[in-house]
Design a protein around this ligand. Sequence first.
Ligand SMILES: [Zn+2]
Length: 128
Amino acid sequence: MEPPSYEEISQQPPALRIEVSNPPAYTSSLPSTPPPAYGDVAVVSQPAPVPIIASCLRESPALVVCPHCQELVTTKIKHVAGKNAWGICMTLSLLFCGFCLIPLAIPRCQDVVHLCPSCKKQIYVFER
Ligand SMILES: [Zn+2]
């Protein structure tokens, strides 16, 4: 069977006719108020940072008033092997001799010494 010729096809109405109805008209229900002027914007200033008490210091540097020089400083921290690290070290040396020095090398096991960057004195020691 041969396909229909071009003339035959062009005389026939299209098989599928898509009915396009008009979309509903857009009715604006929003109030037409102008946006607020930029001159009304309130200026919000951030509050000044509040220093914490030296005894609340933990493992990260913090803003404190140095008890030695009375300056508002962000502490410098230094990790030192404290009682806890040495205790783990002794326990490990009894069990596994080769691994006993690991607690002395891991900062998470060590105490944190907070130093004043201004007068270089020790402010607080956070013991683990
Ligand atoms: Zn100081």
